[in-house]
Design a protein around this ligand. Sequence first.
Ligand SMILES: [Zn+2]
Length: 256
Amino acid sequence: MPTSNQLALCLRRREQGESDLIVTLLTREAGKLAAVARGVRKPKSRQAPVCQLFALSRVQLATRGDHGGLPVLAQAQLEETFYDLRADLDRSARAAYLVELADLAIPDHEPQPTLFDLLLASLAALTTALEPRVVMHSFELQLLAELGLEPVLDRCAHCALPLGDEAALFDAPAGGLIHARHGGSAQATSVSPEAVRAMRRLLRPDAYELDLTTLRMPPMLARPVAAALRSAVRCFLDAEPRALAIIEQLADEPEP
Ligand SMILES: [Zn+2]
């Protein structure tokens, strides 16, 4: 029996056999799941666009078949390719990072409508954002929070007192921000009071009525935030997303 139509974002794809793909989809109702897309690597396959990374489609899955128990992509209608996102190297690398992070962080077969909506909204925001890294860092923080892994940003994770204007470190093994005077682990990185404020705002953009597509983040602020969130992802999710290396390579190119 095919399941009802549901919205799905393509998080990952890997080749199977001569012409099939196994795609990892994040569906709004059924959570993350893998499915077999038959024959999509053949020329002129109508389902091929659906199986592009971060494509949004309406899919119907069939559970019958002999594909190791995986459901089969029975029907799929492309809703959004994020074409403008794909045309820009930096934005598409960041979109690839978002879906990789979602794939690494979200458990299988658990409905995650909030995370689905967050990922979809973040991909849309990435398309037009003045500074794509703002959208990416807000996504990292909101994803962690939604999974119950929110770093401590509103006090010292070591002594629980307010951070005040004291020098602070982001120390992922300690749980988040700490006063610099406590020391900190080898992974701890310095964060300025401005970077602390920026992270708090990016964690709850709605509460601060932020429009992530128009927000600017100068490199002086973005660098410590990126370092802190990278260590949070590494520590809390035990993950080293491959797309990060590509984003960094692109950023290392000399400014025009
Ligand atoms: Zn403290």
